[in-house]
Write a new protein. Structure first.
Lengths: 282, 327
């Protein structure tokens, strides 16, 4: 084999399933059923298509607003920014990509972490943002996740991570790879402390994030039809040279394979999380 | 060191080695002449030229050419090192759940004075074995097998020694169905808290999560001409340069900081193990000897730590890796 699986944020765009950020305007077309939808009615429906229940991708800010009790999110490390330790340049410098993503999203990197309340229960929350370089994991994402895990341990609070990532951030190469070990090690400590970690997989969760903290939840939930996997579908197709089965690597497929506990529609996520917290007594 | 049967094989030439091959042909031509004795001086100087040229080429190896050496078809593999380094190797198969992945070999083995659990990627020697091993790309059952054997080692206080040599974990339908991501994730978590020393050597390719799945250790070394990175140069070139050719592969290999030296400079590994001039495949026994010496030294030191201290230090080792700034 001369080519190794490419798992990255741009994978998804090359893969030919371009789920563009929801376009501005009064109306929008559903990616799944092609219905023309009144934008505000989709937003009011948690960005789920009222016609076909397609779950649109949402950025971290929207997710936090949907999931947490009003005004309860209190962030950690909002000023932490990537440092370009390898002075990485491909067709353009990494620093330019960072600047563009920061300008586009208004945030320093692809995850927001902090404390919040979910139906009155205090929780440590991390929400990945696919709109920031495809939710790719570099040093900042790894550090903020590890810090959030440690905070959950120290404060004896439940930890909820909402995943959305194309995988590793190539422009940080080894630093990116080592974040997988770092976050997994932090979760080992949290586990020793008896902590509760609820991992929520949203579209898409692939690559290095899946192969580290995303798959290490005490409970693993997923949104309907979310793409979840180690390798991207395109890479698998190139390797095995045959068509992939219908529904392959979708949330329901993973549930059938035994790797996630429940597929949960977005409208039920809050009550699902609070119920789990109550069951575990955390 | 056992009396291994491994022989250096130089019948395959990398593109950048062509000038060395040309000199070798001249030497052979001279040697085969009936009156070769008359050319002793010429032969001697040709041999000296060859030796210095080879050294010079390998001293200035580009990252992309390093990747080529790491993938050299005659580069010693896990099974070769077991033969050269281990006494009384007892292979242990299977993950007790699904099957036995030949892409990962594991078993008891004695290295120097120590009883160890040895686990590593196997790429395969014959065509048949290569296919069975998926060229060193392990499936979830391979990672789970590795973890089973590590837990066994932990229970009986044996140090774990891992050999890393993989282009990456296998991307396929079965691998996804059986939880490739979960298997690697669990290995990372469990290795981070395994209460026995873990010593890792990257002997060839350190391809991404598939490599790290055996790579969470107390001490980590790389052979001089191996590579370790989040993605292969070709994978990176395909995604970021959108085209894979000699130029983009070179550029991606440079950008990824994937050489042993780069990995040492960034603190991801502890040591670069020197290879024989011209790479491990030219003198596998010399490569094996330096790996063995290093492993024995590390195990000797690590055995002194209490298991709890080992785990704490291992945690801190990975916890501090990151490059951030406050803005
Ligand atoms: Zn729809």
């Amino acid at each position: 084999m001369s080519q190794v699986p490419g798992r990255s944020w741009t994978d998804e765009t090359i893969a030919g399933r371009p789920k563009k950020a929801v376009p501005e305007g009064l109306w929008l077309r559903c990616d799944a059923c092609a219905s023309m939808l009144f934008r505000r009615s989709v937003a009011n429906n948690l960005w789920v298509c009222p016609e076909c229940q397609h779950h649109f991708r949402v950025n971290a800010a929207t997710r936090i607003e949907q999931l947490t009790d009003p005004e309860s999110f209190d962030p950690f490390n909002e000023d932490m920014s990537p440092a370009d330790p390898l002075h990485f340049v491909d067709v353009k410098p990494y620093t330019q990509r960072i600047e563009a993503a920061q300008k586009k999203t208004g945030f320093k990197d692809g995850v927001r972490t902090g404390t919040c309340f979910i139906k009155g229960r205090k929780v440590i929350l991390a929400v990945m943002d696919f709109t920031f370089l495809g939710g790719s994991m570099g040093s900042v994402v790894g550090e903020k996740i590890a810090f959030a895990i440690e905070q959950a341990g120290e404060r004896d609070l439940p930890l909820v991570i909402v995943n959305a990532s194309g995988g590793a951030r190539m422009m940080e190469s080894g630093y990116s790879l080592m974040q997988m070990a770092k976050t997994a090690a932090a979760l080992a400590q949290f586990d020793e402390q008896g902590g509760l970690f609820i991992s929520v997989l949203t579209d898409p969760t692939t690559g290095g994030v899946t192969a580290s903290f995303a798959m290490l939840g005490d409970l693993i939930l997923a949104e309907p039809k979310a793409l979840i996997g180690f390798a991207g579908p395109r890479v698998i197709q190139q390797t095995i040279r045959q068509d992939l089965p219908e529904g392959f690597q979708r949330a329901e497929f993973l549930q059938d394979c035994g790797f996630i506990d429940r597929v949960v529609p977005r409208s039920e996520l809050r009550s699902e999380i609070s119920s789990i917290i109550d069951y575990t007594g955390k | 060191m056992s009396t291994a049967t491994y022989k250096a094989n130089t019948s395959y030439t990398l593109p950048f080695e062509q000038p060395v091959l040309d000199l070798e042909r001249q030497i052979e031509a001279l040697e085969s002449r009936d009156n070769a004795a008359n050319f002793a001086d010429e032969l001697e100087s040709l041999r000296a030229n060859r030796a210095s040229l080879l050294k010079k080429l390998y001293d200035d190896l580009s990252p992309w050419d390093t990747v080529r050496v790491a993938r050299h078809p005659h580069r010693p593999q896990m099974s070769d090192y077991i033969e050269m380094i281990c006494r009384d190797f007892r292979e242990l198969h299977g993950d007790r759940h699904f099957g036995d992945d030949p892409a990962i070999i594991s078993g008891f083995g004695r290295i120097g004075p120590y009883k160890t659990m040895i686990i590593g990627h196997q790429k395969g020697k014959s065509t048949q074995e290569k296919v069975a091993c998926h060229f060193g790309c392990a499936h979830p059952e391979g990672y789970r097998k590795a973890l089973m054997k590590m837990k066994l080692a932990e229970k009986y206080g044996l140090p774990v020694v891992t050999f890393i040599d993989t282009p990456g974990a296998y991307p396929g339908i079965g691998a996804e169905q059986r939880g490739q991501a979960e298997a690697i994730a669990v290995n990372l978590r469990e290795m981070s808290r395994l209460k026995t020393p873990i010593v890792c050597v990257i002997i060839g390719e350190g391809g991404s999560g598939g490599a790290l799945g055996l790579g969470v250790g107390d001490r980590i070394a790389m052979l001089e001409f191996s590579w370790y990175s989040v993605i292969s140069p070709e994978g990176c070139a395909a995604i970021l340069w959108k085209t894979v050719n000699e130029t983009t592969n070179h550029a991606a290999a440079d950008a990824l900081s994937l050489t042993a030296r780069n990995n040492l400079d960034h603190g991801f590994i502890d040591t670069v193990l020197r290879e024989p001039v011209g790479g491990a495949h030219r003198d596998p026994h010399a490569a094996a000897a330096s790996i063995q010496e290093w492993i024995v030294d590390q195990v000797r030191e690590l055995r002194r730590f209490k298991p709890q201290t080992l785990v704490q230090r291992r945690y801190e080792r990975f916890r501090r890796i990151g490059a951030m700034k406050a803005t």
